[in-house]
Design a protein around this ligand. Structure first.
Ligand code: PLP
Length: 383
């Protein structure tokens, strides 16, 4: 199997497995306990917090460990909205991850007004529409850094500037961009960013909300006062330790890695578009994550392509999903204007640090063969 679906999740790094196993195998106490076993766990927790903080250049006290990107996004939106008593206005975009969009729907049902900003055909948020959407009631803007489906990078520094001058808080879902692009909290200009460990070689089920020091977010999970009262519950020490190790590893590698991934993606896109003249690459006119490409061959079904590629030994994903017996383009592609046949045929390739040039060539050959076979099968019979 050649794995080309790193935006869905990435393989856990061996160094991460080696580093976290002692926290399962050898007795590790509760980090809130004062005895030696507890202090051992606390040491692992503190070291991991420093590593994650270093990756995005903040102080360790700014890192709130969560169960992943979903919880971090939920916490940012719910936390700020509750500080504003569920009154006022949130601005987000139409291409966010469901953990932002569905939380916006919930907040809307509790009385918060929500505006979803449109994107252009490249998938970039319309900054003029953003400025125009802000009202005196707006307390939060939540716009992702890089989109998980297309890899398109949003102009977060400009968004932050607009938010700052309107005195509005800015949260950015940086789950896909951390480790794929060098990124710091200050560099994004955001007040809060969300991170997920499993997107860059860490374990699943662990992540963080990184917050600016002036924010005093109320906890969503209440109880034993962990994470300085911002997220109660005994900490997932092995997961957090693994997150810290993954953060250290990518901090040392990320500049070099981005260059390698970009070269591989260029190789993939240029070979594919030479072989398939009808290929449409989403967002190819704007900045994208170096590892991500989403494309379509109109007329074919994205999920069918994914299944055929799976049988051929390649793990990729579709930009569409089958609902009520009909394939529908994802909300991201619909927002970019690809509601019909093009959106329905979209697939995504997301490369990782172990991806190799030979794998890209094997993929291109298998994909072109699959497309030609499917096109032959769906062509009307000549009578
Ligand atoms: N945000 C984005 C952009 C994502 O791609 C994902 C995961 O696919 C998430 C949030 C959710 O992260 P997690 O799987 O850690 O809950």
């Amino acid at each position: 199997m050649i794995y080309l679906d790193h935006n869905a999740t990435s393989p856990v790094r061996l160094e991460v497995i080696d580093g976290l196993i002692p926290y399962f195998r050898d007795f590790s106490g509760n980090p809130s306990s004062v005895h030696g076993a507890g202090r051992g766990a606390r040491k692992g927790l503190d070291e991991a917090r420093r590593s994650v903080a270093k990756l995005v250049d903040v102080h360790a006290s700014q890192v709130i460990f969560t169960s992943g990107g979903t919880e971090a996004n939920n916490m940012a939106l719910m936390g700020v909205a509750s500080q504003f008593d569920f009154k006022g206005h949130i601005v987000t975009s139409s291409i966010e991850h469901p953990s932002v969009l569905q939380m916006c729907d919930l907040l809307e049902s509790r009385g918060v007004a929500v505006t979803k900003i449109a994107v252009d055909s490249n998938g970039v948020v319309d900054l003029k529409a953003l400025s125009a959407a802000l009202t005196p009631e707006t307390f939060l803007v939540s716009i992702m850094h890089a989109n998980n489906e297309t890899g398109v990078v949003q102009p977060v520094a400009e968004i932050a500037k607009i938010c700052r001058s309107a005195k509005v808080l800015f949260h950015s879902d940086t789950v896909q961009s951390v480790a794929k692009l060098p990124l710091t909290l200050a560099g994004t200009g955001a007040d809060m960013i969300s991170i997920s460990a499993h997107k860059f070689g860490g374990p699943k089920g662990v992540g963080a909300l990184v917050v600016d020091n002036h924010l005093n977010l109320p906890g969503m999970l209440l109880g034993g006062g962990q994470e300085r009262g911002r997220r109660a519950g005994t900490e997932n020490i092995p997961g957090i330790v693994g997150f810290g190790i993954a953060a250290d590893l990518v901090a040392a590698e990320q500049g070099e890695l981005a260059g390698k991934l970009l070269a591989l993606r260029n190789q993939l896109e240029s070979k594919l578009s030479k072989a398939l003249s009808e290929l449409i690459v989403f967002g190819d006119k704007v900045e994208r994550l170096p590892n991500t490409t989403a494309f379509a061959v109109s007329g074919l079904d994205g999920e069918t392509l994914v299944m055929h590629m799976d049988m051929a030994g390649f793990a990729i994903s579709a930009g569409s999903a089958c609902g009520s017996g009909r394939t529908k383009a994802s909300h991201v592609l619909v927002a970019m204007g690809y509601e019909g046949a093009v959106g329905q045929s979209a697939v995504r390739i997301s490369l990782g640090r172990d991806s190799a040039s030979e794998e890209v060539d094997l993929f291109v050959r298998a994909f072109v063969r699959t497309v030609k076979n499917l096109q032959k099968m769906s062509a009307p019979l000549a009578i």
